[in-house]
Design a protein around this ligand. Structure first.
Ligand code: SAM
Length: 449
């Protein structure tokens, strides 16, 4: 329910909008990015960064804050009061991680109960937040043995990371809890990396070169895209360094007929065209609203591709029987390598999702393989850290597809130095680096003649 202060203005308070966004995430009504995009215009433009900080912050700290919330509440809130739980988590977040004075954080939380027309909850919210304020370190001491508190990741994921990646466990957890750096890709059709560094310096933006992708630059401090020189003209795009490796591995050459099979939002579609503008590129994407994102990305870069909205595994829906020279298969996955960019994964990703994703990945892999020419190449990619989605998925595939074999990741691009990640039974696994690239997986396959 809206207060008079809200109805007087078209804009609402960032805290009120954050409650809405977080409640919807908790109720599985959408992801952090889609919910933020939908509700961002509800706050004044100058409050957009605060709204983002509140929502990202709570998702980032959710495993820990949720354990504290459940510990301090005698009974969890009912589903219809998820907004109150979101409000409580926001209160914890402000008390612990923001500069808001404690009394303001508590008073505003209590006021927000009234905004939600839940006066009955004011005493409860006040009491729980005040107890947290007084006893935070004792509470943490009591809960620290819980993986959700010690590592600030869901228990099931902590277990899997420990099992599969004991050596990389600490680094993975630290990166998963960090804020990601802003990495951009320079469009070398328009400007060299060296020249773009100069352009950034002229604008007072400090950056450094990514060590692995020859087109990558990390900004020492994130900026809005409109502050990036000639962003609207397509000189640069925002893209993680590990993601940039896809196009460098596949190394498109003019004339190649290429398929980008799970393409939205089109980061890699654009990069393939930047590397070789005269390829014949088909991009397939299941979700119509996400296909529009590819369209607008390509429009900014002034490139074209054949865009098809379809399930890539249903060949009868989209394929004209003309085989491709190269295929990029960046399949839907658990996104466990990019938790820091999508921290709502800490809230809603569950082990059952992985089982579903494995089935989808397998169907896409097996069917799309038929669209590859003999002697053609397919790059299988995920932003997952779970071997079942990566090396095991490929092992199963190679078991059944006798015309497929794995080749080194620099087979198509000898200048590419493979110094990233670690070699696994099939392909390479990259782990997220605190101030560097995201977690990714790559395996390059060739079809026998
Ligand atoms: C990891 S994202 C791709 C990211 C993209 N390659 C990029 O670099 O911007 C996976 C995409 O696959 C899409 N997708 C999921 N299932 C699909 C299917 N059966 N066929 C085609 N696309 C699918 C998702 O909607 C999502 O946009």
């Amino acid at each position: 329910m809206m207060t008079s202060a809200d109805t007087n203005s078209v804009h609402q308070k960032p805290r009120h909008v954050a409650i809405k966004v977080l409640s919807n995430i908790l109720l599985k009504k959408g992801s952090l990015s889609t919910q933020l995009a939908r509700h961002q215009s509800s706050v004044a433009i100058e409050h957009a960064p605060l709204l983002k900080e509140l929502c990202f912050g709570v998702c980032h700290q959710y495993p820990k804050l949720n354990s504290i919330g459940l510990h301090l509440l005698a009974h969890p809130f009912e589903e219809k009061d998820t907004d109150l739980y979101a409000l409580l988590l926001l209160g914890f977040y402000q008390l612990k991680y923001m500069n808001t004075p404690d009394h303001a954080a508590i008073n505003e939380s209590v006021e927000a109960c009234r905004y939600l027309d839940k006066e009955w909850a004011t005493k409860l919210i006040n009491a729980v937040l005040r107890r947290y304020q007084r006893e935070e370190s004792e509470i943490i001491d009591q809960l620290i043995k819980m993986p959700s508190v010690e590592f600030n990741h869901p228990k099931w994921l902590v277990k899997r990371f420990k099992k599969h990646w004991s050596e990389q466990f600490e680094k993975t957890i630290i990166s998963g809890n960090s804020r990601p750096p802003m990495c951009i890709r320079v469009n070398e059709q328009q400007v060299s990396r060296e020249t773009y560094i100069e352009k950034l310096q002229e604008e007072g933006i400090d950056c450094f070169e990514g060590p692995y992708s020859p087109t990558s630059l990390y900004l020492k401090k994130a900026v809005g895209v409109n502050q990036l020189p000639n962003f609207l003209d397509g000189e640069v795009s925002v893209q993680d360094e590990a993601a940039q490796l896809s196009a460098h591995i596949l190394s498109p050459k003019n004339g190649d007929k290429i398929l980008d099979a799970c393409a939205a939002p089109g980061g890699k579609t654009g990069h393939l065209l930047e590397m070789s503008p005269f390829i014949e590129l088909t991009a397939v994407e299941l979700e119509p609203w996400r296909l529009e994102k590819i369209e607008s990305n390509l429009e900014r870069l002034s490139y074209q591709a054949d865009l098809i909205c379809a399930d890539a595994s249903d060949l009868s829906a989209w394929w004209d029987n003309n085989q491709f020279d190269k295929i990029l298969l960046d399949v839907p996955c658990s996104a466990t390598g990019v938790i820091r960019r999508n921290p709502d994964i800490k809230i809603n990703r569950k082990p059952a999702d992985i089982e579903e994703l494995l089935v989808i990945q397998k169907a896409i892999l097996n069917n799309v393989w038929k669209t590859l020419k003999p002697n053609g190449y397919m790059l299988y990619a995920t932003c997952s850290l779970l071997p079942e989605e990566n090396e095991q998925q490929i092992a199963d595939f190679l078991e059944t597809q006798k015309d497929a074999h794995e080749i080194p990741l620099n087979s198509l691009n000898e200048t590419l130095k493979i110094e990233w990640g670690i070699e696994v039974s099939h392909g390479r696994q990259l782990f997220p680096n605190e101030n560097g690239h995201d977690g990714f997986y790559y395996c390059l396959l060739k079809k026998k003649a």
